[in-house]
Design a protein around this ligand. Structure first.
Ligand code: HPA
Length: 286
């Protein structure tokens, strides 16, 4: 029963216990310290992990967990196996543009906090706005703009107090860690703009975003980042630039173009993520 606006209206504790039970039954360590949310076309690291003994638990089996309907988003937790010690991968996310509320779309992050996750890595596919961004580049998120007129914090009585204390969502420490990794991909840093979607932007909106200082644009990540930070996690966001944003190249944008670019760089992206996970574990020990 909900007794105050600050209560979480979903069974997060029950969900965490369900996941722990599934992991215990499969012989997987039940207390991950790091989680990676995998965006459109970026989930091959989870497929590889499954081939080397990791275990998948479908979102549909977890109480309260929204089930994603976007093509290419499997909707499952992947953990265990040789390379994923202490990490859990979320293969697919729920978006606000699918009709989920901000609270529902960030349920997974509240669940991760309940499981004890301290480091949250959020990936997404994004359109490049800055002229230096080319399809296939990566961008670590140093700051964001949100053009979605909702706040994931509205349910919390303490929201304004928290935001006055913690205006910074994206971890400087994790950004420095990511900067030191080597990869054949070009890695930039920049400002991510979240639009509500599901339609791509108009060329006029992209001109506005560019004037506002956005380097890339997408339809996710910001709500998850804010909730993760609010719950005390260190948060890193990474965009894979899959296309030039609307009006910056010839021809219409399509989900197919997004998937094709992500597919083209997926091996390098997986290698980079593995290095990141190893480095995160190392720096957590410092
Ligand atoms: N706009 C919004 N979201 C996106 C884009 C884009 O150009 N590319 C991939 N996700």
């Amino acid at each position: 029963m909900l007794t105050s606006p600050g209560d979480t209206p979903y069974p997060v504790i029950q969900a965490a216990n369900t996941l722990r039970r599934a992991w215990t039954a499969a012989g997987v360590q039940t207390a991950p310290h790091t989680a990676v949310i995998l965006g459109s076309g970026l989930s091959r690291i989870a497929d590889d992990a499954l081939l080397s003994g990791a275990v998948a638990v479908p979102y549909a089996s977890i109480p309260g967990m929204p089930v994603t309907r976007v093509k290419g988003h499997h909707g499952r937790f992947v953990a265990g196996g040789g390379q994923l010690i202490g990490a859990v991968l979320l293969q697919g996310r729920s978006h606000i543009y699918e009709g989920w509320s901000a609270i529902e779309a960030t349920y997974s992050v509240r669940l991760l906090a309940e499981l004890g996750v301290r480091t949250l890595i959020i990936t997404n596919a994004a359109g490049g706005i800055s002229p230096i961004m080319r399809p296939g580049d990566l961008m670590t998120i140093t700051d964001h703009l949100s053009f979605v007129d909702i706040s994931v914090l509205q349910q919390k009585n303490s929201a304004s107090a928290w935001f006055n204390r913690e205006p910074r969502v994206w971890s400087q420490r994790l950004l420095s860690t990511a900067e030191r990794l080597t990869t054949p991909l070009r890695v930039h840093s920049g400002c991510y703009a979240m639009m509500s979607g599901p339609n791509y932007e108009t060329p006029a909106e992209i001109r506005m975003l560019r004037t506002c200082g956005a380097d890339a644009v997408g339809m996710s990540t910001v709500p998850e980042g804010i909730v993760g930070r609010q719950l005390g996690m260190d948060v890193l966001g990474i965009s894979c630039i899959t296309n030039a944003a609307a009006g910056l190249s010839d021809g219409p944008l399509s989900h197919q173009e997004v998937s094709e670019t992500a597919f083209r760089v997926e091996k390098e992206f997986v290698d980079w993520l593995h290095k990141l996970l190893a480095a995160v574990v190392d720096t957590a020990r410092d």
